[in-house]
Design a protein around this ligand. Structure first.
Ligand SMILES: [Zn+2]
Length: 272
C-alpha cells in the first residue's frame, strides 16, 4: 500500500495475457513460424480515501464475449481475490475511472448472466472522457477491433454512466491528463498531495519497456503524438520525482524516472 495525502493506493494484478503487439497481416506469411506474442498483465489501480473506493480500469475480465482478448488471456480473472486482500468486494467500489474504453480496460466491468451482461460493480459511478466515448461508438478502422460494441452498448444503459471533457480534477487531489496518441482522449489519472505524485501511465506508458519515447505500441492511432506526449510526461516525471504506475507490466507495478546518457530509464519506486 502506498499513502498519498488522504488516499491509500493499491496495485491489483488481476490477469495475464499475450498480445500480438498490434495490427498484423491477416494471415501468417510463414506458417512454419508462429507470429510472436508478448507477455503482458492487467493491473488495476485502487484508490481508497475520503469516503471513496475508486478503481482505475477493470481489465479484460471473464470475457465470454470479447473473444479477441479472451483468447489471449493466460490466467483466470482474479478481481474478487485481489479486492478481497484489501477487505473489499466489487459492491464496495464507488467509482470506476476508465483511462479509455478499449476492451482490455473495460471488459471486467461486466460478467455474463445467462443471455445478457450484468454489471460487476452495481453501485459505482462510471467516469469516462466524452470524446473517448464518442470514439468508442464510432472507432476508426485502425482501432476498430480494440473497442467492443456490446460493452459500449452496455455502458450506454448504465444510469451511473458519466462523461467528462478534458483535463480536470475529478476528486480532491486526483486529476486526469488527456493524451490523444494511443486513442482519442485517453485520460491518465494522477494522484498527488503536493509532495508525492503518482501517475497512471495507461496505454501511453503501459510498461517499463515503453520508456524510450520512440517505442510506440502497434495499435497506437498516432505514433508521432504518442512520442511527443510521452517525452513531455517522462521529462516532467523525471523533474518532479513522480512515480509512474503501469497497467500492463507483468513484472513491475511502478517505477520512477531516471535520466541516463541514453535517455530516460526506470528507477526505484516504493512497494505497494
Ligand atoms: Zn491496454
Amino acid at each position: 500500500m502506498l499513502t498519498i495525502g488522504e488516499y491509500q493506493l493499491h496495485s491489483l494484478k488481476v490477469q495475464e495475457f499475450l498480445f500480438e503487439g498490434g495490427p498484423l497481416p491477416g494471415r501468417n506469411l510463414d506458417p512454419s513460424k508462429p507470429l510472436p506474442k508478448i507477455r503482458l498483465a492487467t493491473r488495476l489501480l485502487l484508490i481508497v480515501g475520503r469516503g471513496r473506493r475508486i478503481l482505475v480500469d477493470t481489465g479484460i475480465g471473464e470475457l465470454c464475449w470479447t473473444s479477441r482478448w479472451a483468447a489471449n488471456a493466460t490466467s483466470p480473472y482474479r478481481l474478487r481475490e485481489e479486492l478481497g486482500k484489501v477487505g473489499l468486494t466489487p459492491g464496495d467500489i464507488t467509482d470506476l475511472v476508465f483511462t479509455h474504453l478499449h476492451s482490455d480496460h473495460v471488459g471486467g466491468a461486466f460478467q455474463c448472466g445467462g443471455d445478457r451482461l450484468v454489471p460487476v460493480f452495481p453501485y459505482a459511478q462510471v467516469i469516462v472522457q466524452e470524446e473517448n466515448y464518442r470514439t468508442a461508438c464510432r472507432p476508426e478502422e485502425r482501432e476498430r477491433l480494440s473497442y467492443n460494441e456490446t460493452i459500449i452498448d452496455e455502458f450506454r444503459q448504465l444510469s451511473l454512466f458519466h462523461t467528462i471533457s478534458g483535463t480536470q480534477e475529478i476528486f480532491p487531489g486526483i486529476d486526469v491528463i488527456i493524451s490523444n496518441g494511443h486513442t482519442r482522449a485517453q485520460q491518465l489519472v494522477r494522484v498527488t498531495d503536493g509532495n508525492t505524485t503518482l501517475l497512471h501511465g495507461a496505454d501511453l506508458i503501459p510498461t517499463t519497456a515503453h520508456y524510450p519515447a520512440s517505442r510506440v505500441t502497434g495499435n497506437d492511432i498516432d505514433a508521432r503524438t504518442v512520442i511527443e506526449e510521452k517525452a513531455a510526461i517522462l521529462e516532467e516525471a523525471y523533474r518532479h520525482g513522480w512515480i509512474l504506475f503501469f497497467g500492463h507490466d507483468p513484472f513491475r507495478h511502478a517505477a520512477t524516472v531516471l535520466q541516463r546518457p541514453t535517455g530516460f530509464v526506470p528507477g526505484p519506486a516504493p512497494e505497494f
